[in-house]
Design a protein around this ligand. Structure first.
Ligand code: HPA
Length: 248
């Protein structure tokens, strides 16, 4: 089983075949998961904003989502996200596969009652696959490293916030840092692929509007999904050794 956690991109797109909707009980709450296949490979998919689109970034139960994926047997997980570019030298749309993140604000953890301190980061194996496949398939420029700055949301950032954080990061979003932290805490292999759909507030003269960002993310979703679908196959071939299709 391979996991996909998607956001704005896949709210309107069918990703899996032979889908079954399951609700998974976890110590952190329940998670809604679609279990199905991509080219015959078992995939568990979570819509992080909820099927009813009612979970803003700061209300997402990342612990329940990732625990559910683990319980279903997904050890390798791909996150898909939409981000704003903090760099004015990148032509949009672009794809970025960040190699690090800053998340000072979410405070997410599954370790509220023990002294456990993971060393955070994205998984290099999953990143490597996403980079290889994106470079092969993407019609958009592919940025194969960069720092993801996570804001708390749901509001966009002020010009002053962007003027500050652009000195330390390449893109800004509201979820991938939290997901990477929880994945590491649960010993899951996770990396994110993001479409850069807009320039963050104040990076260019243009005004930004979330509805416009969602529209752009929708337009760029197919490219990202094509990469993710192929990445699922490569992860299966490279890392899942079960010769009869069994999960490790
Ligand atoms: N800021 C935060 N999150 C985002 C943005 C942005 O500009 N674009 C897409 N997700």
């Amino acid at each position: 089983m391979i996991g996909i956690v998607g956001g704005t991109h896949i709210l309107e797109i069918e990703v899996l075949s032979e889908v079954e909707e399951v609700e998974v009980a976890t110590p952190y709450g329940r998670a809604e998961v679609d279990v199905g296949t991509i080219d015959g490979i078992n995939v568990a998919l979570i819509q992080r904003h909820g099927k009813k689109k009612n979970k803003p970034p700061h209300k997402i139960n990342h612990a329940a989502n990732f625990y559910a994926l683990k319980k279903l047997g997904a050890n390798y997980i791909i996150g898909m996200g939409s981000v704003g570019s903090l760099r004015d030298d990148i032509t949009l749309p672009a794809i970025i596969i960040p190699d690090d993140y800053i998340d000072f604000f979410s405070g997410v953890t599954i370790y509220s009652d023990s002294l456990t301190h993971i060393t955070p980061g994205f998984d290099d194996d999953v990143r490597g696959v996403l980079i290889k496949v994106a470079k092969k398939l993407s019609k958009f420029p592919v940025i194969d490293r960069g720092v993801y700055f996570q804001t708390r949301g749901p509001r966009l950032e002020t010009r002053a916030e962007i003027a500050m954080i652009k000195n330390f990061a390449d893109c800004v979003g509201m979820t991938a840092g939290s997901e990477a932290t929880i994945a590491k805490e649960l010993n899951l292999k996770y990396a994110a692929i993001c479409t850069m759909d807009n320039y963050a507030h104040g990076i260019k003269e243009e005004r930004i509007d979330y509805r416009e960002i969602v529209k752009k993310a929708g337009e760029n979703a197919r490219m990202c999904l094509e990469i993710v679908g192929e990445a699922v196959k490569v992860i299966w071939d490279d890392f899942y050794t079960g010769s009869e299709g069994s999960d490790p």
